[in-house]
Design a protein around this ligand. Structure first.
Ligand code: COA
Length: 697
């Protein structure tokens, strides 16, 4: 189709449209929902640029339809051979255009979207725009010039931090850094037209700009921080190497190097696992058979209980712009709770992590209250009181009497049976479980628990709230420990048996860390405190199967007052300020082994890792069999977002689906032998088989 350079001539491609506004070409990207840069988009852009080049245009504007400029290259294409034209071809076409091209950014410009914008001569952005190169968090490096053009605009150390940390920065930050040329209020397209009509904006290739000189120490420090944060994964180190090459290598060579590195990393095991997790996380927010538009609006929330958990939940809600009442039983407790939230914001302001104005705005939306009388107008009430069935049951009853018919009631419990908790209520359909993880303002995961009576509207509201809070929702049915804690209990149980049978705690922890867990199971216990699990074991002592193997070591540690970090001692000794294995604990372990007539076996790190994984995979299969989780990938999302499971492994079931079946079978047999009488085999083969089939389809 030919283009006449007169007003409003319009060429329509499938995903890209072109229109002339005077002598300026407006190229629109239209690939809902997020304008992912697919092959159709790339081909459309090349086509449009060719048409403009053959016209009398004096400039071009690239702009996105809908919510965003471009949310990145289409991740669905990344596991397959990439079809041409590829993104570097599009950017080359932009650079070869005889006129300046402006990228007009709104919503997000991420990954390939930002790389395309960096290939343009200028970048304008609306105030709400966010930009970033998240490829490293997906196991890759930017592959279309991001590592070469970004440092030319923002400097080496900033580029290393942004790329390796997969940072998404605001338009204002991008302006200060030199990444965008102007933040525009009002109509973006009009502003871009005005910008290009100004003769002061001639053609200017980013790739031809010099990399700004920078102090060597600053670059080395950025490099070290990025390497450490990225746990020195191969792709992180490659990203650092490539950014630094921008200052030392001819641009053409460095771009080729970047592309070759990207091409090999995009099909690496890490990248496959992280892409799987990306789509799994989005799927986890979908409730099978429930229309998400049923969600009720939530703007005011009351939290009953201003302890650590209640305060954390309050901070999560305040950060999302909600009005919060923090309710305590007396004025002293109320004042302590409100003061504690206030101090925490003051601390963030002092450290430069929160603007003073933002802290003030949040505190204006926080009210401390005593008693339940003022809750009539709340959209949602979350109880975060002591983990006790009687206390929670009574509280929910009292709440039901004071809130409006439309109010949703949520219980923040980690273990209790919510079906039992709501049994005596008039409106159990309005009750949901919201299992926050501590610290609730920082942890990403939120288990949204559906009871036997929860209505679709209540459930949809819970999931929508998680999204509003920027949290990862996973829907669980009522079950002991829901999804996450139940699997974690099986994992910790296996770790304790390994210690009883011959491994030492630091050996198990180090094997878990080497596998990629953020911390080992005993380090986690010491950090969260051994007394919580102890209290639960005592509660359940009467119903415990006497024939099941039971590891008494943690009980003995608690009896010795070793409750973890908070008492300076637990599985480890912290009295010198560092975590040190304690000969006393080793002696206790040996004593208990002798009491149980156990001859210590020796375990290598791989056996420990495979046994821990077998315990997780088996428990996950059991709970999927019971219908506790909606789908296998939800288990992976839960473990990766709430339990320090290494993201680059995709999740435990994804990991299992890649393992050789016969080897996994052996692991499961060894697990069964170790657990003994209480072992319950889950349908592992069936669950993993279904995942393999899905991955292949
Ligand atoms: N490629 C393919 N699909 C993508 C995508 C991409 N780069 N980015 C988002 N999508 C899809 C999602 O899978 C989802 O599909 P679904 O509706 O079938 O589940 C849909 O777009 C909407 O995404 P979602 O994340 O649910 O919407 P949101 O409004 O919460 O967030 C973004 C939008 C763009 C902020 C978010 O999707 C995002 O951060 N995407 C990642 C972008 C990225 O990493 N790009 C770099 C790639 S190298």
């Amino acid at each position: 189709m030919s283009l006449q350079a007169d007003n409003n001539a319009r060429v329509v491609d499938q995903k890209v449209t072109l229109e002339m506004q005077g002598s300026l070409a407006v190229i629109r990207i239209d690939n809902p929902p997020v304008n992912a840069g697919s092959i159709a988009v790339r081909a459309g852009l090349i086509d449009a640029l060719e048409k403009v080049a053959n016209s009398r245009a004096t400039g071009a504007i690239m702009i996105g339809e809908g919510r965003s400029f471009i949310a990145g290259s289409d991740l669905k294409e990344f596991g397959l051979p990439l079809t041409s034209p590829q993104l570097p071809d599009v950017i080359r076409a932009v650079e070869l255009s005889p006129f300046p091209v402006v990228a007009a950014l709104h919503g997000v410009a991420l990954g390939g979207g930002l790389e395309l914008a960096l290939g343009c001569d200028y970048r304008l952005a609306t105030p709400a725009t966010r930009v970033g190169l998240p490829e490293v968090s997906l196991g890759m490096v930017p592959g279309a010039g991001g590592t070469q053009r970004l440092p030319r605009l923002v400097g080496l150390s900033r580029a290393i931090a942004m790329i390796c940390g997969s940072q998404r920065i605001t338009a204002q930050e991008a302006l200060s850094a030199g990444l965008v040329d102007k933040v525009v209020q009002g109509d973006l397209l009009e502003a871009a037209i005005a910008f290009l009509s100004d003769a002061a904006h001639p053609k200017r290739l980013t790739i031809e700009l010099p990399v700004p000189d920078e102090n060597r120490e600053a670059v080395e420090s950025a490099e070290q921080t990025a390497g450490k944060r990225g746990r020195f994964r191969h792709n992180v180190l490659e990203a650092i190497r490539l950014v630094k090459a921008s200052a030392t290598q001819p641009a053409a060579n460095a771009l080729d190097d970047e592309r070759a590195t990207f091409q090999s990393l995009r099909v690496s095991p890490d990248a496959f696992a992280l892409r799987y997790l990306f789509f799994a996380e989005r799927k986890a927010g979908v409730i099978e058979g429930v229309d998400k538009s049923l969600a009720l609006p939530v703007s005011s929330v009351a939290i009953i209980g201003g302890g650590t958990m209640g305060q954390g939940i309050a901070k999560a809600l305040l950060a999302a712009g909600l009005d919060v009442q923090l309710v305590e039983r007396d004025s002293d407790a109320r004042d302590v709770a409100v003061q504690s939230v206030t101090s925490s914001y003051q601390g963030l302001v002092r450290k430069g992590r929160l603007k003073n104005s933002e802290a003030s705005q949040r505190l204006e939306r926080l009210r401390g209250e005593v008693g339940l009388d003022g809750l009539g107008s709340c959209d949602l009430v979350i109880e975060a009181v002591f983990e006790d069935m009687g206390v929670k049951k009574q509280l929910l009853k009292e709440l039901e009497a004071v809130v409006s018919d439309k109010t949703i009631l949520a219980t923040n419990t980690s273990y209790l049976d919510i079906n039992e908790m709501v049994a005596d209520l008039r409106q159990p359909a309005s009750v949901i479980g919201l299992h926050f993880f501590s610290p609730a303002d920082l942890m990403k995961l939120l288990e949204v628990v559906r009871t036997a009576s929860t209505s679709d509207t209540t459930l949809a509201t819970g999931v929508a709230l998680a999204r509003r809070l920027g949290k990862q929702a996973v829907v669980s049915e009522v079950a002991e420990g829901f999804i996450g804690n139940r699997i974690y209990a099986a994992y910790r149980g296996r770790a304790e048996l390994l210690v009883l049978d011959g491994a030492m705690p630091d050996q198990v922890d180090s094997a878990a860390r080497d596998f990629g867990f953020a911390m080992g199971p005993f380090e986690v216990s010491d950090m969260s405190g051994l007394d919580i699990a102890w209290a639960m074991r005592k509660r359940k002592a009467a119903s415990r199967d006497p024939a099941a193997r039971y590891v008494t070591i943690p009980d003995r540690l608690c009896e010795m007052g070793r409750l973890g970090r908070k008492t300076g001692k637990g599985w480890y000794d912290y009295s010198e300020g560092t975590q040190t294995p304690d000969p006393l604990v080793n002696a206790l372990i040996e004593e208990i082994r002798a009491d149980n007539r156990i001859v210590a076996q020796s375990y290598d790190a791989e056996t420990i890792q495979r046994q821990l994984m077998a315990a997780i995979v088996n428990e996950a299969a059991c709970l999927l069999d019971e219908g506790v989780a909606q789908r296998a990938s939800d288990v992976d999302v839960t473990l990766a977002n709430g339990y320090g499971f290494p993201r680059f492994r995709g999740g435990p079931l994804y990991w299992g689906s890649l393992e050789e079946s016969s080897r996994l079978e052996q692991d499961l047999k060894a697990l069964e032998a170790a657990v003994g009488h209480a072992y319950r085999a889950g349908p592992v083969e069936q669950v993993l088989g279904a995942m393999k089939t899905e991955a292949g389809s």
